[in-house]
Design a protein around this ligand. Structure first.
Ligand code: ADP
Length: 485
């Protein structure tokens, strides 16, 4: 019990050191939320202006390309300039340069922010020469005089296009850059709210998860502690989801099995002490009588003491055999021997019984067979089965032993005509100390361990075994073992 409480204590320490699922989950969710917010922040706030500028530049390029491809076609140019100025909200001027003189051939002056429509000829020529120096392209940010009170900026885009036929055109585009500062600050404010909502969501989620996952776990661990303390009535419930229900089922099964084993253990101790006490009481009683009354000092009474001593010895031997078999310390020492001959010898020993008590014991075998097994152990099996058959056979005192060979196996069957075993008892008779007769009256023979020893030995030999029985008609116990090659 001390070591048990130590264990529970150490578990407590353990759980204090290790974080619970809810906290761990909360931590993970928090990290996830922070990372997501950071990503959104970077894209929406820090890089917003850059993205906006980039998309504006792309729009300039698209418009420029459309205009270039419609140069030379008056009508198409007209339509292109008009539609693109509307589409991208751009101001457009297209010049044709001939002999160093630029003449405007098309223009779209769509709003008050059209800087390019309000600049002087000097500025125009300076922009043109900058574009020339810059390889044909020039981009310039300008403030918009018509919207001086706002912080709106405009961008001028100049492109000098040299066509294959030698004609030169200048395309000037101009667009407003709506100030994004207001948008950014709105986003920043929204950000605070989003963070709060996400945090709240995480808390709610963790509470729900800990209700559904952690609560049943905690309940189960409390039940397991009860079980560890020996309360086999502890029940485990899984609480709503499959994995925990499976765990609960497994634990319930384990607790049920532990309960059974515990009951069996108690029964075992009770039965063993009963079986040991009965012969001891007899020995003590007879000895005392013989000590106190000299006339009682007869060979018959001494025989009783000897018989009871033998009973005790065989009980102790059986218990030892069984515990060795179960612990696996008694391993079969295999050798090849004649099974038919061995059974025949056993039957001869029972011959006396046949003569004296009128038993009708027979053995039939069509041929001699050899097996590779532990001879002493197999003898023990045969003795136990025949003993049981003699003990439980009916009024006609008949016991039939048969050997049959099929394929590479030999089957030994021991049949009697006795009380038989009910179907409910059939699977249980191989258990230690299981008695069909629940009142543990003193068995006339046997120690109640016989069939457990038979089972242990046959399993150690990988042999098959079984019993067929009908109440009132008798039983047939059999085992099957491989023939030696
Ligand atoms: P026991 O010493 O009581 O015979 P066993 O382990 O050999 O112990 O047998 C367990 C129980 O199985 C017996 O108590 C008996 O109830 C039942 N049993 C065994 N062999 C037979 C049989 N041939 N006929 C009827 N019941 C049997």
């Amino acid at each position: 019990m001390d070591s048990m409480s130590e264990k529970i204590q150490s578990e407590k320490k353990h759980s204090r050191r290790e974080m619970g699922i809810s906290w761990r989950l909360f931590g993970m969710l928090l990290i996830f939320i922070v990372v997501m917010l950071l990503i959104i922040w970077i894209f929406q706030v820090v890089l917003l202006n850059k993205f906006y500028e980039q998309s504006k530049m792309e729009e300039f390029e698209i418009t420029n390309e459309a205009i270039v491809s419609s140069l030379g076609d008056e009508l198409l140019l007209e339509r292109t300039v008009f539609s693109y100025s509307i589409k991208f909200d751009e101001c457009i001027r297209v010049f044709e340069v001939k002999d160093g003189v630029a003449t405007q051939i098309k223009s779209a002056d769509i709003n008050a922010g059209c800087v390019i429509h309000h600049i002087s000829a000097d500025e125009l020529s300076s922009l043109y020469s900058k574009a020339k120096q810059n390889g044909g392209r020039y981009i310039k940010k300008v403030s918009i005089p018509a919207k001086a009170e706002s912080s709106e900026m405009g961008t001028i885009f100049i492109s000098i296009e040299q066509l294959d036929n030698g004609e030169e055109y200048v395309i000037m585009l101009n667009s407003e850059f709506a100030p994004l500062n207001a948008t950014v600050s709105t986003l920043e404010r929204q950000f605070g709210w989003i963070a709060c909502i996400l945090l709240l969501g995480a808390v709610v989620l963790v509470i729900i998860i800990s209700r559904t996952i952690c609560a049943p776990m905690e309940k189960m661990s409390a039940s397991a502690k009860l079980l560890a303390k020996g309360d086999y009535n502890a029940k485990f419930s899984g609480g709503g989801y499959r994995e925990s229900q499976e765990l609960a089922d497994a634990l319930n099964y384990a607790s049920e099995e532990l309960k059974k084993t515990n009951n069996l253990q108690k029964e075992l101790v009770a039965n063993i002490s009963h079986d040991l006490r009965t012969p001891l009481t007899m020995i003590k009683g007879y000895s005392e009588v013989m000590r106190d009354i000299p006339e009682e000092n007869t060979p018959e009474n001494v025989q009783v003491i000897i018989d009871e001593t033998e009973r005790l010895t065989s009980l102790v031997n059986d218990m030892l055999d069984l515990s060795k078999l179960r612990a696996g310390t008694r391993k079969p020492e295999k050798s090849e021997f004649n099974l038919t001959e061995t059974v025949r010898e056993v039957m001869n020993r029972y011959g006396k019984l046949t003569e004296k008590d009128g038993y009708n014991i027979s053995f039939s075998a069509d041929r001699d067979v050899f097996i590779n097994a532990d001879k002493t152990m197999i003898l023990q099996v045969v003795y136990n089965l025949i003993n049981n058959a003699i003990n439980y056979t009916g009024e006609d005192k008949t016991v039939r032993v048969t050997q049959s060979v099929s394929d590479n196996k030999v089957r030994i069957s021991v049949s009697d005509t006795g009380v038989g075993i009910s179907p409910e008892d059939l699977p249980l008779i191989w258990d230690r100390y299981y008695k069909v007769d629940k009142v543990h009256r003193r068995a006339m023979v046997g120690t109640g361990l016989g069939l457990s020893i038979v089972k242990g030995i046959l399993e150690a030999h990988d042999a098959y075994y079984g019993v067929e029985s009908k109440l009132g008609e008798g039983s047939t116990f059999w085992f099957e073992i491989k023939l030696a090659k």
